[in-house]
Ligand binder design. Structure first.
Ligand code: HEC
Ligand code: HEC
Length: 204
C-alpha cells in the first residue's frame, strides 16, 4: 500500500535486515501497514468479517480497529488474554505498543522522509488532489464510488474530473452531516485534511 513508501524505515537503508529479523527499533514510526499483519495473523481468525467464535467485532481494517485501540491495549498488552493465550508473533507486542503510543496513525498521509521539502510546501499551500487527497478518496470513498460504482453509490470518484462537480456535496455529507462514507471519517487528521482541501475549493 501507499503507506509502505512513507514507512519510517525507508529513511534508513540498511535497517531492513534488523527489521525483518523481528527486532523493533524504538525510534521508528509505526503505521497501520506495520501492524496490519498482526491483526491478520493473530486476530482475524475470530475477529473476522463476520466475526467468529464469539468475538464481538471485526478487526480487519484500520477503521474497524481504531475505535478499539484502548481496549486492545488493555487486553492484548496489559492483561495479555487477547488473543486467548497472548500474542504469539515475535516483536508483535512491542510493535503494537509503539503504534498505540504514537496515536495509532494510519500513515498514508504522513510526510515522506526523503521528501520533506514537498511536505513543507504542502503545509504552506494546503492539500491538493494530486498530493494527498486522491489517497483519501481511495481509502474512504472508492470502495463504493468505484468505476463502475458499487454498494448503491451513484457515481465513481476516482479522478479529479469525476470529483470536481461534487465539491459542495462533499462538504455537506463528509464535513457537516458526516454520513459519507456511511459512519463518517473517524480519523481526525484525515477529516481535517479533507476540510482544508474543500475550504480551498478542491484544488488539483
Ligand atoms: C480465538 C478467538 C479470538 C482471537 C484469535 C482474538 N480474539 Fe478478541 N475476542 C474474542 C472473544 C470471544 C471476545 C469476547 C469475549 C471477551 O471479551 O473476552 C473478544 C473480545 C475482544 C475485544 C473486546 C473486549 C473488550 O475487552 O473490550 C477486543 C478489543 C479484542 N477481542 C481484541 C483482539 C485482538 C486485538 C486480537 C488479536 C491481537 C484478538 N482479539 C484475537 C476472541 C478472539
Ligand atoms: C459504503 C459505500 C460508500 C462509501 C464508502 C462512500 N459512499 Fe458516497 N454514496 C454511497 C451511496 C449508497 C450513495 C447514495 C445514497 C446517499 O446519497 O446517501 C452515495 C452518495 C454520495 C454522494 C451524492 C449524494 C449527495 O448528497 O449529493 C456524494 C457526493 C458522495 N456519496 C460522496 C462520498 C464521498 C466523498 C465519500 C468518501 C469520503 C463517499 N461518498 C464514500 C455509498 C458510499
Amino acid at each position: 500500500m501507499i503507506s509502505m513508501i512513507s514507512h519510517g524505515l525507508s529513511a534508513c537503508a540498511g535497517e531492513g535486515d534488523r527489521y525483518s529479523s523481528g527486532e523493533v527499533i524504538e525510534s521508528q514510526r509505526v503505521y497501520w501497514s506495520d501492524v496490519a499483519p498482526i491483526f491478520t495473523a493473530e486476530c482475524a481468525g475470530c475477529h473476522d468479517d463476520p466475526p467468529k467464535l464469539g468475538a464481538p467485532q471485526t478487526l480487519k481494517t484500520y477503521d474497524e480497529v481504531t475505535p478499539w485501540v484502548e481496549r486492545i491495549a488493555v487486553r492484548s498488552l496489559q492483561i495479555k488474554d487477547m488473543p486467548p493465550g497472548g500474542l504469539r508473533g515475535e516483536g508483535a507486542a512491542r510493535l503494537l505498543q509503539l503504534w498505540i503510543d504514537q496515536g495509532a496513525p494510519r500513515g498514508e498521509v504522513e510526510p515522506i522522509a526523503g521528501e520533506e521539502m514537498s511536505a513543507g510546501d504542502d503545509e504552506l499551500l494546503g492539500p491538493t488532489w494530486d498530493s494527498t487527497v486522491f489517497e483519501l478518496f481511495e481509502i474512504y470513498c472508492n470502495t463504493c464510488h468505484a468505476n463502475p460504482p458499487t454498494g448503491g453509490a451513484p457515481f465513481p470518484l476516482k479522478t479529479f474530473e469525476q470529483v470536481t462537480p461534487y465539491i459542495d456535496r462533499f462538504y455537506e455529507r463528509v464535513i457537516i452531516r458526516k454520513d459519507m462514507p456511511p459512519g463518517g471519517i473517524t480519523d481526525d487528521e484525515d477529516l481535517e485534511l479533507l476540510r482544508l482541501w474543500l475550504d480551498a475549493g478542491g484544488p488539483q
